[in-house]
Ligand binder design. Structure first.
Ligand SMILES: Nc1nc2c(ncn2[C@@H]2O[C@H](COP(=O)(O)OP(=O)(O)OP(=O)(O)O)[C@@H](O)[C@H]2O)c(=O)[nH]1
Ligand SMILES: [Mg+2]
Length: 420
């Protein structure tokens, strides 16, 4: 089964907690602080694998959870980091953030990776908080929660040349004639339901990848027929071949078919419609084809190649011409190595205050993270929390919102009473 779209949930591992511990030595009643840090949580990483060709696996598995970092221990022992989880996808997969629809990465080369959810930092143990003024701090941080989000995976096949045509024009017959691809061929429209790729090898040793997609009909851009769902698989191609059924009898004007196709491409994407192209006048073995060819010759001159995908007449010439056209185009910039293509982080305000049912509700990634990382069971943890929220300007902001002593402030699960 060919699946080219999936939505999955990724949750990186939380960081392990830092601990409060003191050295215990003979004859030393209270040694120095010795609480180790928690380990980092495992991240969720996506990697392109050219051995894969579909996103089918994600139909059955939608949730990926990273391992939590281990907690720190006494004697300054740090917790171990959680294992990263590596999710393999076919090369050509575009990864988008589901909420913002922003592209996180476009993995086109084998081995390219991107971190889609970062594991949480381990909390620091009390050994880290020792200062000249406080040599025996009893404060430690909890681990940072791992990132979590829904992401979309969209496969866009990687092919050099794409075949476009109405249903039944002979696209699949053509790819079967010139490559080792063996798609289904039949005398009815919409035989092809999923894209097929074939590698074309010319006698001179050159080769390229050809894509056959389901037939297009008028209204495809609005979802008619199999719709434009498959057009994205030829978005990455650099040359198009319009395959026309020259032997069709109901309309003498095979040109009309061409303009129907062009119209659909333009409505889908101007970039797609602007690609260099050739015209394959197919089914030339049939007598009706000879009556219709004149109109095409007049319109397309050199861009036209007469073929019979069924007998193989003209198909080699078509492939050579297509390969030459491909070679004449400027080389596209490719990014070398297994560097990640794109990754953006949004700037966010540290918190937002809302007044709901008499309660000041504070939200925001940074403040929620601080709450998750604070160990409120110690006085020092609490003091540190108060110091940081003062630095963030939360108290001032609450006063600006008109807070009075005794009113409730809520941050995630934490509720407290405000006092001056
Ligand atoms: N006589 C003749 N018949 C052809 C030729 N090429 C294709 N056909 C026939 O036309 C019919 C449709 O061919 P396909 O290759 O399945 O057409 P398609 O464009 O892939 O169609 P869809 O997958 O529905 O979009 C089949 O019966 C083929 O045998 C040709 O050159 N000559
Ligand atoms: Mg087909």
């Amino acid at each position: 089964m060919f699946v080219d779209y999936a939505k999955i949930n990724v949750k990186a591992g939380d960081g392990g907690n830092g601990v409060v511990a003191f050295r215990r030595e003979k004859y030393v009643p209270m040694g120095g602080p010795a609480g180790g840090d928690g380990g980092r949580g495992g991240s969720i990483v996506i990697q392109a694998d050219e051995g894969l060709s579909t996103l089918m696996d994600f139909k059955y598995r939608r949730h990926f959870k990273g391992e939590r970092g281990k907690h720190g221990q006494g004697k300054n022992m740090h917790g171990a980091g959680g294992q990263d989880i590596i999710i393999r996808v076919p090369a050509g997969t575009v990864i988008k953030d589901d909420a913002s629809e922003e592209v996180i990465a476009d993995l086109t080369n084998h081995g390219q990776t991107v971190v889609v959810a970062r594991g949480g930092r381990g909390g620091r143990g009390n050994a880290r908080f020792a200062t000249a003024a406080n040599k025996a701090p009893s404060v430690a941080e909890n681990g940072e929660p791992g990132e979590e989000k829904w992401i979309r995976l969209e496969l866009k096949l990687l092919a050099d040349i794409g075949l476009v045509g109405l249903p039944n024009a002979g696209k699949s017959t053509l790819i079967a004639n010139v490559s080792a691809a063996r798609p289904k061929i039949a005398d009815y429209p919409f035989t092809t339901l999923v894209p097929n790729l074939g590698v074309v090898r010319l006698k001179n040793g050159e080769s390229f990848v050809l894509a056959d997609i389901p037939g297009l009909i008028a209204g495809a851009h609005q979802g008619a027929g199999l719709g434009h769902r498959f057009l994205r698989h030829i978005e990455r191609t650099r040359v198009l071949i319009f395959v026309l059924d020259t032997a069709q009898t109901e309309s003498q004007n095979v040109l009309k078919d061409y303009y129907t196709l062009r119209d659909e491409l333009e409505k889908f994407s101007a970039d797609l419609a602007a690609k260099p192209y050739l015209i394959a006048a197919n089914k030339m073995d049939l007598p009706e084809a000879r009556q219709n060819i004149a109109a095409l010759q007049e319109e397309f001159a050199d861009q036209l190649v007469m073929i019979s995908a069924a007998t193989g007449q003209g198909t080699e010439e078509l492939m050579i011409k297509a390969c030459q056209l491909l070679a004449s185009l400027p080389q596209e910039e490719t990014i070398a190595g297994d560097e990640v293509v794109l990754r953006k982080f949004e700037e966010e305000p540290p918190f937002i205050i809302e007044f709901i049912n008499g309660v000041f509700e504070v939200s925001g990634k940074r403040i929620e993270k601080l709450v998750a990382m604070t160990n409120f069971s110690t006085d020092e943890g609490l003091e540190r929390f108060q110091r940081i929220i003062a630095q963030m300007g939360l108290e001032e902001a609450l006063r600006r919102e008109g807070i009075k002593a005794g009113q409730t402030v809520k941050i995630k699960d934490l509720e407290f009473e405000y006092s001056e």
